[in-house]
Design a protein around this ligand. Structure first.
Ligand SMILES: *Cc1c(COP(=O)(O)O)cnc(C)c1O
Length: 219
């Protein structure tokens, strides 16, 4: 199936999930995860009208999007992978939304780069909902302190993001993220991937990050 067909299929599923949950279909943004995908598939997605993409690594994102940025001025690029502080400069330069803010040192660095470059991407905090040591994200118990730190630094956080543990059913984790976002008055929730985005929509996702269901298996 071509990328355009997958897009149609996914959009139909988004509309259906929204209808079922009594939500407006425009309240869910599809973020097309283009990491490790061949260039021609990315082009197919652009030709089919997609403009919002997610990447894990800054270097690969530059390869995919550095030149295309000027061809498609309405692109919206999201960082969805762990961000090292020494990549903050490139991340601020290239991306529109940074979804993986998770520690004070990164907030410091992002703030500095925003000021220097006079560029102001949007920010989400990643929450380590399964409290997995190998994963990025702030522990749920440490979230309020980090949000305070961001507020004091003048970094406006507009949502939460999570990647639930691979081996558990995701619904409890999605519900936890929804609860945390409500508690701290954050309007956006980035959760749900190829296998579980409908469930995420049922639990309030405003951004779903879909890779393989759109593009096929990664290289
Ligand atoms: C790769 C990735 C995705 C996309 O996963 P699929 O299962 O291919 O849809 C979503 N979110 C993050 C953070 C990822 O790293």
């Amino acid at each position: 199936m071509a990328v355009a067909d997958h897009i149609k299929d996914i959009k139909d599923k988004i509309v259906a999930a929204c209808r079922k949950g009594g939500r407006d279909a425009f309240s869910v943004q599809l973020v097309a995860v283009s990491k490790f995908q061949p260039d021609e598939k990315i082009q197919e997605a652009l030709d089919a009208g997609l403009r919002v993409f997610g990447e894990n690594r800054v270097q690969e994102a530059c390869e995919h999007w550095g030149v295309r940025r000027s061809v498609y001025p309405d692109l919206e690029l999201h960082v969805i992978g762990p961000l090292q502080t020494n990549k903050a400069k490139e991340a601020v330069a290239l991306f529109d939304v940074i979804e993986t803010v998770d520690r004070p040192a990164l907030i410091d660095e992002l703030k500095k780069e925003c000021r220097k470059q006079q560029k102001f991407p949007r920010f989400f905090v990643q929450v380590n909902v399964g409290e997995e040591p190998q994963k990025g994200g702030v522990m749920p118990a440490d979230l309020p302190v980090l949000l305070d730190y961001a507020a004091q630094s003048g970094l406006r956080i507009e949502g939460l993001m999570c990647i639930p543990p691979a081996d558990d059913p995701p619904a409890l984790y999605f519900a936890l993220l929804m609860k945390l976002a409500a508690r701290y008055n954050l309007p956006n929730l980035s959760m749900g991937m190829s296998g579980d985005f409908e469930k995420a929509i049922a639990l309030g996702a405003t951004h779903i990050r879909v890779g393989t269901a759109l593009f096929g298996d990664r290289k």
